[in-house]
Design a protein around this ligand. Structure first.
Ligand code: ADP
Ligand code: MG
Ligand code: MG
Ligand code: MG
Length: 418
């Protein structure tokens, strides 16, 4: 099949196309005529099917040569499937059990067959419904610490890291989407932008005239494009996380690229702050979601605190790369020297992360790809009230990121805005 030209799957053709594959027969069932196929893709870019048979089930994800959300007028290369596959393999090795198991990959057809996560639901959906998931703060904090530390020059053999950077450097088109849609389009009247209008018009005009904000957005874009520290997931929002009360899984790393350690964490926390401000739009009566709001701010602090502690553990136990070598510190009887460096590195990650969070909030309200937290608030006046608070926090995070002392300080700001 590799040699054949690309052909999009459909629920009708999938069993015939994949039915002779030994791995799938093993997972789903030998007789493909008895497979049942359901398309579930709710994402912006790709096709996703659940395939069920006598033995079990699997997910079949296929990239299309264009952006699904927009159509064939916006071509996007199939090779994003290759980067998603390679990122899943690396994340699975760096934080075992946190990404779906991969059963099969076909680069030519841009098909990844993977473990069907059930009864997991998308975290964003659960948060909109007001569900408090007890384990996500810790699971996600560990995930970002392990994947980002273990993919960096702090841990990797330099030849392996440079070879891997070369492999992922070709994910040009997906980086280009982030560079434009996230870091630039929200800050001018770009064609594909939209926002809740006219309610947000005055605030949007103010943000687009805000020189300090635009300078910060471009500094952060500079970091995104030039600071190739580690293999980032690249699209780590609450729509890329699937949960039960006991389990947390991360999916959809097709935007994977070598970038700043702070990027994934900032994007992740931004989505919790947006969930926080969107709760007013979903509560049945004023105050009904107070406990949920507290839970969301607590979860933000748990993610960061868990990241910090695990990153420090890995710093002390797996710092085997080219940076801050033990030969300069611990081996010369100066463990405090390594601790000093650790604090500097964590501090830098913290201040960058706040900036990325601010920009991510803006682009989800002003750019092309909005999120369901706000979009599912049907009354535009009510939606705009939530969105404007989030926009203000985003501006504060992006512009004042070097001066914000702690997440406790941001909690106070968020509660004041709310
Ligand atoms: P896209 O890249 O188009 O955003 P995703 O990988 O996010 O695609 O998948 C789209 C949707 O398909 C997810 O929101 C989820 O509902 C479902 N899905 C994807 N992967 C799995 C999986 N391994 N198990 C269960 N459902 C999945
Ligand atoms: Mg997705
Ligand atoms: Mg998704
Ligand atoms: Mg995706």
């Amino acid at each position: 099949m590799n040699k054949q030209s690309f052909e999009a799957l459909s629920a009708g053709t999938l069993p015939h196309r994949l039915g002779s594959n030994a791995v799938l027969k093993e997972k789903i069932g030998d007789d493909f005529t008895r497979w049942s196929v359901r398309e579930v893709g709710d994402g912006n870019l790709n096709l996703v099917f659940i395939v069920t048979g006598a033995k079990g089930a699997a997910i079949v994800k296929q990239a299309l040569p264009y952006v699904r959300l927009v159509g064939e007028s916006w071509p996007l290369p199939l090779k994003r499937s290759f980067f998603e596959y390679h990122a899943l393999v690396r994340q699975g090795a760096r934080d075992p059990g946190m990404v779906p198991e991969i059963f099969f990959f076909d680069a030519g057809q841009a098909i990844i067959v993977m473990e069907y996560l059930t009864p997991h639901v998308i975290l964003r959906r659960a948060l909109i419904d007001g569900r408090q998931l007890p384990k996500i703060g810790r699971d996600l904090g560990l995930f970002v610490a392990r994947t980002l530390f273990r993919g960096s020059d702090l841990c990797m053999v330099t030849r392996d890291k440079k070879t891997d950077m070369a492999l992922f450097a070709d994910n040009i088109e997906l980086c280009d989407i982030t560079e434009n849609l996230v870091f630039s389009d929200p800050y001018f009247e770009a064609e594909m932008n939209r926002h809740t209008s006219p309610q947000l018009d005055p605030l949007v005009a103010e943000l687009r005239a805000d020189r300090d904000l635009k300078v910060e957005a471009q500094r952060l874009k500079h970091l995104f494009s030039a600071k190739a520290e580690t293999l980032c997931h690249g699209d780590l929002h609450t729509g890329s996380i699937m949960v039960t009360d006991d389990e947390t899984r991360v999916i959809d790393p097709e935007f994977a690229f070598y970038g700043p350690i702070s990027f994934d964490i900032g994007m992740l926390l931004a989505n919790f702050w947006m969930s926080y401000f969107s709760q007013t739009g979903h509560e049945s009566a004023p105050g009904a979601r107070d406990a949920m709001r507290t839970y969301l701010l607590d979860t933000i602090e748990t993610i960061w605190e868990t990241f910090r502690v695990e990153f420090a553990n890995l710093w002390r136990s797996e710092r085997e790369g080219i940076l801050y070598q033990a030969s300069l510190f611990e081996n010369r009887g100066d463990p405090l020297g390594a601790e000093q460096a650790l604090n500097i590195v964590l501090n830098e990650i913290y201040h960058e992360m706040l900036g990325f969070a601010g920009i991510e909030i803006h682009r989800r309200i002003l750019g092309l790809a909005h999120n369901a937290d706000f979009e599912s608030i049907t009354d535009p006046g009510r939606r705009a009230t939530c969105e404007s608070k989030a926009l203000k926090l985003g501006r504060h995070l992006a512009v004042n990121r070097h001066r914000i002392p702690s997440l406790k300080d941001i909690r106070a700001t968020a509660e004041r805005l709310q």
